[in-house]
Write a protein that binds this ligand. Structure first.
Ligand code: BJW
Length: 325
């Protein structure tokens, strides 16, 4: 981390000029907890693009396929543990008022890891819903269930836990790919090694009767309570975010592990800038820091956030250790 930049960031967050802080989080915040991101190399599940599966059309055409994807995601999120980035924000949510600050986290993540790091729920808005909410798809049924951590949801969804038949083979393939990349840099042709080729666990054809069904209307399929492309974000959540931004000037937005490519979430950065607020980006990809005229922190959010927020939250080592017990 650039120490000069860190010092000026520390100075700003501890002054009276910085009274209101908004955090906008994306998949990069959970990357070091082992959860894949959406874009770049992390954005594939088996041979499908995660983005193509996160649509109402995909669910309408093949709910069995989409449920297998979400069953896998639910399982991975249950297995994952919050990282120090989640804990740093959680700690800020608890101490902000005592430091004379107002704080709100807007997360695009649906993995529930911020909640599991005990982020104050009053200061946390899940813009894109949650993997652990289930909703009925029937037009005239309003059934919604929160905090459903059952796995698998139906016997037919058993077996979606691993993307690969043998995860060790995937590791070997990655090693081979890296070797091949080096060969390319030396000007030689890349040789695609087939030794240890990984095999995906096959996608099953699951009939409608094998998918989660609404316990209320008994006929509608349940779906994950996440926001897919073309769907509106929950109005209540949008309203609460608006209230926070409009009731006072936001002095700082922390943009954490997001490509800022999805709207309306990405729009919050400009809204804060237009109010005269400052921006601090935490990202592993230099390209995603480009164009930022604020603080640019290049690296893993899980490592950077505890350091960047230390003057406000103190050393979080003990908080994290206590939570593990
Ligand atoms: C690290 C790291 C480490 C990695 N440390 N960093 C205006 C203009 C143009 C288009 C639109 C517009 N307004 C709306 C749209 C359409 C659309 C949209 O945005 N399209 C874009 C593709 C252009 N938006 C919508 O459809 C939204 N709905 C809407 O606007 O409705 C209007 C409406 C109103 C009334 C009635 C009806 C409709 C809905 C968007 C929903 C997005 N849903 C998803 C799936 C959620 C469910 C699921 O999880 O499966 O949300 S898509 C996916 O993208 C997911 C994410 O939350 C979201 C954002 O991705 P994120 O988090 O930024 O991840 P990545 O992978 O992109 O980036 C990771 C970053 O982390 C990278 O920068 C890495 O470098 C970095 N990184 N490791 C730090 N260790």
């Amino acid at each position: 981390m650039n120490q000069g930049s860190l010092a000026s960031f520390h100075e700003y967050i501890t002054t009276d000029k910085c009274r209101t802080i908004l955090a906008l989080c994306g998949a990069g915040l959970s990357a070091s907890s082992g959860l894949p991101t959406f874009r770049g190399s992390g954005g594939l599940w088996k041979n499908y693009s995660s983005m193509d599966l996160a649509t109402p059309d995909a669910f309408n055409v093949d709910p069995g396929l989409v449920w297998q994807f979400y069953s896998y995601r639910r399982y991975k999120a249950i297995q994952a543990k919050p990282n120090n980035g989640h804990y740093a924000l959680s700690q800020l949510s608890k101490v902000a008022a005592s430091k004379g600050k107002k704080f709100l986290t807007l997360t695009q993540n649906v993995d529930g890891l911020s909640r599991r790091a005990h982020h104050d729920p009053e200061q946390l808005l899940e813009l894109h819903g949650s993997l652990f909410t289930l909703k009925c798809t029937s037009f005239d049924c309003t059934y919604t269930e929160n905090n459903n951590f059952k796995h698998p949801l139906t016997p037919q969804l058993q077996g979606c836990e691993e993307e690969w038949i043998n995860p060790r083979k995937r590791q070997r393939r990655t090693e081979n790919e890296n070797e091949n990349e080096n060969e390319n840099e030396d000007g030689k042709d890349a040789v695609i090694s087939t030794t240890g080729s990984p095999e995906f666990t096959p996608v099953k054809e699951i009939p409608r009767s094998g998918l989660p069904t609404c316990p209320q209307c008994k006929t509608g399929l349940l779906r994950p309570g996440v926001v897919w492309f073309g769907e509106s974000l929950p109005f209540k959540v949008l309203d609460q975010a608006d209230q926070f931004i409009m009731s006072q000037k936001v002095d700082l937005i922390l943009v954490i592990g997001t490509s800022q490519s999805v709207w309306p979430a990405a729009g919050y950065v400009n809204r804060v800038k237009l109010q005269g607020g400052k921006v601090a980006i935490f990202n592993t990809d230099e390209e995603d820091l480009e164009g930022c005229d604020g603080w640019k922190f290049l690296g893993d959010a899980a490592e950077l956030l505890p350091q960047a927020l230390k003057p406000l939250i103190g050393d979080i080592t003990e908080v994290v250790e206590n939570d593990k017990e």
